[in-house]
Design a protein around this ligand. Structure first.
Ligand SMILES: C[C@H]1O[C@H](O[C@H]2[C@H](O)[C@@H](O)[C@@H](O[C@H]3[C@H](O)[C@@H](O)[C@@H](O[C@H]4[C@H](O)[C@@H](O)[C@@H](O)O[C@@H]4CO)O[C@@H]3CO)O[C@@H]2CO)[C@H](O)[C@H](O)[C@@H]1N[C@H]1C[C@@H](CO)[C@H](O)[C@@H](O)[C@@H]1O
Length: 403
């Protein structure tokens, strides 16, 4: 593991800070954002470069799916990017390996108290700050207003209501809902809806295979079997977005990162609402992204200033203006352009009540076994009970001595 190089008082030892304080060096930035978001994030990174003639920004867009492993492999070879777009569950993982620069007291963290608590929490590991918040998010129900009107269906508040709406949508030649079967994050509203969770981190207990967990798997399978939902066990993102855009489904569950594309497809017809409730509760997961600085970054001052700029209130307001992504600074929600954004008006209260996940290093490794079980169930090779049980067994392997 790499210990972050001590940064001298005037910054010179860490490199990146010239005698006159002007920055110099190269900042390689790995960005996991999707195609539509990347245009904005790259443009903002270019503006930073134009402000600092001595700094070169090497913007690299890396796919979300294997980004976590790619960063860890690169860091192990001391070839990691200087700044990494780090998913909220990756911070503890990367920090526990010594791959992230401790940022307390550096220029990367500006106006710390302005960050939302739920966003700031994900940047902490063993009492130190290892990242700076970028965006926060949760899942919501995206719906096609004109299809609901045509079918005479109110915005459903529960999975029961979605199942009950099936005949009305069938009459107009469409299906109520797209359920993602290839990304385990999309399972969480079902799990929370039955009053369940993946684990009980306080009690060191695995709970994914308890009664609520089994009920959640059953609920998902039943939605598909009843014809109220269509799903895929691969290429879910593309299939979901095109089914929603083409009107093959009236609704999908998705997050703020899908707003720009969904708006381009449906325009004023796009509506968003809370994810539908299950049998016991209604809740959506808390997700989001931070900026991490590689512990071995050679031009630390340039990397710190890049992160400060990218996470600044001004940049956050610009990104919300162009993509409707959710700021992580409280002050930005006061900006008139942000306060007047209809999508932010919906998503901010939804994020405030979103279900947090345990910020433990193993948290990110709980999704892959879940993905394997969901796929086994949806392809018919496991019952909901078996899918829940197999996931629980895999968790107990990962979390030694947890019950
Ligand atoms: C399986 C994976 O499980 C977890 O991921 C969770 C994640 O922790 C959750 O928070 C959640 O993430 C939300 C996210 O919060 C939300 O913002 C949004 O992100 C948007 C962006 O907004 C948008 O800009 C754009 O980027 O597109 C993004 C993607 O849509 O949606 C995300 C969910 O998609 O859900 C994830 C689970 O999917 C692990 O962390 C790993 O990622 C693991 N993958 C590898 C782990 C490797 C072992 O180290 C293994 O070898 C490999 O084979 C595996 O593939």
């Amino acid at each position: 593991a790499f210990v972050a190089t001590a940064c001298g008082s005037d910054g010179d030892e860490a490199g990146g800070g010239g005698a006159d304080g002007e920055l110099s060096g190269t900042v390689t930035f790995w960005d996991t954002s999707n195609e539509t978001e990347a245009e904005v994030f790259e443009a903002v990174a270019r503006d930073f470069e134009n402000m600092h003639p001595g700094v070169t920004v090497d913007y690299v867009n890396v796919g979300f799916d294997d980004a976590q492993n790619r960063f860890k492999n690169a860091a192990a070879a001391n070839e990691a990017p200087d700044v990494m777009r780090t998913e909220v569950a990756w911070v503890a993982d990367f920090a526990s390996l010594g791959y992230l620069y401790p940022l307390d007291g550096t220029a990367a963290v500006e106006n710390q108290e302005d960050f939302l608590d739920e966003a700031w929490t994900s940047t902490q590991y063993e009492g130190e700050t290892y990242a700076v918040p970028q965006v926060t998010d949760t899942l919501a129900l995206f719906y096609n207003k004109s299809l609901l009107t045509e079918a005479g269906v109110e915005v459903p508040q529960s999975l029961d209501e979605i199942e009950q709406s099936q005949a009305a949508f069938e009459d107009i030649g469409t299906t109520p809902l797209y359920v993602r079967g290839d990304d385990p994050y999309w399972f969480l509203p079902f799990l929370y809806g039955e009053g369940g969770d993946m684990v009980d981190a306080e009690a060191h207990e695995v709970t994914i295979d308890d009664e609520a967990g089994v009920a959640a798997f059953s609920r998902m399978q039943e939605l598909v079997d009843s014809g109220a939902a269509i799903t895929d066990t691969s290429d879910g993102w593309e299939n979901m977005m095109s089914a929603f855009a083409d009107g093959d489904v009236a609704m999908m569950i998705n997050g703020p990162w899908a707003i720009a594309d969904a708006t381009a497809a449906l325009g004023e017809d796009l509506g968003v609402a809370a994810v539908p409730a299950g049998g016991q509760a209604q809740a959506a997961p808390l997700g989001g992204w931070d900026y991490g600085v590689y512990a071995g970054t050679p031009d630390a001052d340039a990397s710190f200033e890049f992160v400060r700029y990218m996470s600044s209130a001004e940049t956050q307001a610009r990104i919300t203006g162009e993509l409707s992504l959710l700021p992580t600074r409280a002050s930005v929600y006061e900006e008139p352009s942000v306060a007047g954004n209809e999508m932010v008006q919906f998503f901010k209260p939804a994020v405030d009540v979103a279900h947090e996940r345990p910020w433990i290093p193993q948290a990110q490794s709980l999704f892959e076994p879940l993905q394997i079980s969901i796929e086994a169930m949806l392809t018919g090779s496991a019952s909901p009970e078996e899918a829940a049980g197999d996931t629980g067994d895999a968790y107990r392997e990962l979390l030694e001595d947890w019950q």
